[in-house]
Design a protein around this ligand. Sequence first.
Ligand code: NAD
Ligand code: TYD
Length: 352
Amino acid sequence: MTKKTILITGGAGFIGSHVVKLFVNKYPDYKIVNLDKLTYAGNLENLTDIENAPNYEFVKGDIVDDSFVFELFSKYQFDGVVHLAAESHVDRSIANPNEFIKTNIVGTVNLLNAARNIWNDNLTGKLFYHISTDEVYGSLGDEGLFIEETSYDPRSPYSASKASSDHLVRAYFHTFKLPIVITNCSNNYGPNQFPEKLVPLAINNIKKNVPIPIYGKGENIRDWLFVEDHANAIDLVFHKGNVGETYNIGGNNEWTNISLIHALCKIMDEKLGREKGESEQLITFVKDRAGHDLRYAIDSSKIQNELGWEPSLQFEEGLDKTVDWYLANSEWLEHILSGDYEKYYEDQYNKR
Ligand code: NAD
Ligand code: TYD
């Protein structure tokens, strides 16, 4: 196997930590450098399994700091970049867009500039892999799926910042011939997700017997994918994807929020030994999210046909595994539910 030094950004976050673990375990000849600022969403406890691995190194730093990013690239001479670092929560982008512009747009440009500068004309075997979201395509009605050619129509500050970074990554490919690849993935769920997102928030609230806040009527639809299936897709695209291409990744697994929460309540009743229907009593409809996208759904036939990827888990199975993980890891949850999160929760939900 070729020896490579790979930079993974945002590797202490939800998806990034699964990608770091996969790469460190699967590729002992690679050196994996995880660059993360450790914002509220970054947590080194996600990585305890591999923190002492000889082919792993953690670097704390901010992708918005261009001179730091340049020095890092000069020091390590990376062969590849898997870029996941981002501000990732739509509700936070509505409350305070500025951090999203800095990290998601300026941070991405800093990484692109550093890669361009270090690789110069020596581009063989190099790859800048940008991880993006299906939210850049906007909101679907009842019919249709997002394909790779769907026009961008981002509608939240989060998705607008991700769309902007995607455009910049493509611009560096066309203008400077930087070898890039982009994937746009649907909603992930699974172990280690910060409990501001719907699935872990609902699990945590059901466990604590407090209201589960559902925006609007709960009719919005998302296409859910188990995080390890996403990490496997990232591994595949990093090694087999074609330079300059975009691949959509999705679970082919659409659920309205309310039916997802019903499924979760049923699983939780069984696991917690509650009466059938008990947890559903906690469902509480609250004021809708501003500009709430109605439906996301991915057509992932390109990555399936060209690279042979497909999701491995059925949704019920994935939810079951996820609930088991959260119930078995209450310490992980307690450590991150600091005063900062409590303040966020208070601001976010008490005004609804
Ligand atoms: P996350 O919020 O859990 O993790 C983001 C990580 O980035 C954290 O560890 C954080 O500390 C780090 N980070 C933030 N700002 C930084 C900065 N300025 N410098 C360095 N590190 C910084 O996010 P996630 O859910 O794991 O998402 C990872 C990536 O995947 C994002 O780019 C996101 O847009 C994309 N994505 C997420 C989903 C999803 O459902 N969660 C779906 C599709 C795509
Ligand atoms: P979220 O997990 O924030 O992901 P995204 O907005 O990126 O899709 O939300 C998933 C869906 O759940 C979305 O339609 C908003 C909704 N939602 C609620 O109804 N209540 C909540 O408390 C949260 C966080 C989300």
